[in-house]
Ligand binder design. Structure first.
Ligand code: ATR
Length: 260
């Protein structure tokens, strides 16, 4: 049996575990996907055991950068400085590729406002750069992190940083809004009025569960790309890297499964 898993902390039953195991079952792939929890202070001593014993791994918060010294990152993963997929000791970043693929059929209207400056935002900014976007507005609660990202990507994309207090103001001036924070994951909300969203053509919310932002997008007839879709596109890239991608079966698993 082939083994796949997700390195994470703290413990949280992942969407990956649910969908991939269902996919393996429906496709008669002899494999199992585990959620693997490692305490951050034990990461360096424990991780090699998993690298040796698993056929393929995903990596999520908070290990996407820490893992790099243990594997060989491919060029884009090195440029983003984050790895979320591993195969045969190589580190990939499928977040950016998934984000990029999810927008290939979308005419992105400018300006683009991105909120969040964590790991997911790095992949998203790189994806926007690969899509040919030259400029974006970046807001983050901790503004220093937004300035760090601006500096990190300065040779690739022009970033205007605005404060979190100015979020609504920036939103009113934007046509595309991307939420790359965890706001909505535990029921929190942005508290935008419908009027605040009136200029928008697209809301891209990376949170997996149905958030009030997503509800508002639907209510206001704004095109919505949600977190499950984002997950799906990056998952496809993982399966391709691991050599076990069946387009039809994976799509069927995802669409017909009831994954909450
Ligand atoms: P990920 O890898 O998913 O991006 P992360 O690196 O922990 O996860 O980043 C979480 C992001 O959500 C950050 O931008 C964080 O803002 P801070 O940098 O200020 O911490 C943002 N975030 C989480 N909860 C938030 C909240 N309640 N209000 C505003 N921003 C929030």
């Amino acid at each position: 049996m082939r083994r796949f898993g997700l390195l994470q902390y703290p413990e949280k039953e992942s969407l990956s575990k649910k969908v991939f195991n269902q996919y393996f079952k429906l496709s008669s792939i002899n494999a199992k996907y585990d959620d693997i929890v490692i305490e951050p202070r034990k990461f360096d001593t424990r991780v090699t055991k998993y690298l040796d014993s698993y056929d393929g791994l995903n990596v999520t918060v908070p290990f996407k950068e820490d893992i790099i010294k243990f594997i060989s990152p491919v060029e884009d993963a090195r440029e983003i400085n984050a790895v979320n997929c591993i195969y045969q000791n190589k580190g990939y970043n499928t977040d950016w590729k998934g984000f990029y693929n999810s927008l290939l059929d979308t005419d992105l209207k400018l300006p683009i406002l991105l909120v969040g400056a964590g790991g997911a935002s790095k992949a998203i900014i790189y994806g926007l750069y690969k899509l040919g976007i030259k400029h974006l507005i970046l807001v983050n609660r901790t503004i220093e992190k937004a300035f760090k990202l601006k500096d990190f990507f300065k040779t690739k994309i022009d970033i205007t940083v605005e404060s979190f207090e100015n979020l609504k103001d920036a939103l009113k001036r934007s046509k595309t809004f991307i939420n790359a924070t965890s706001i909505g994951m535990f029921g929190e909300s942005f508290n935008f009025s419908n009027e605040d969203l009136s200029n928008l053509h697209l809301i891209y919310d990376i949170v997996y569960n149905f958030t009030s932002l997503q509800e508002q997008a639907l209510e206001n007839n704004i095109k919505l790309i949600d977190g499950k879709t984002f997950w799906y596109y990056q998952a496809v890239e993982n399966l391709k890297i691991w050599g076990i991608y069946d387009e039809v079966r994976f799509y069927d698993t995802f669409v017909n499964g009831n994954f909450s």
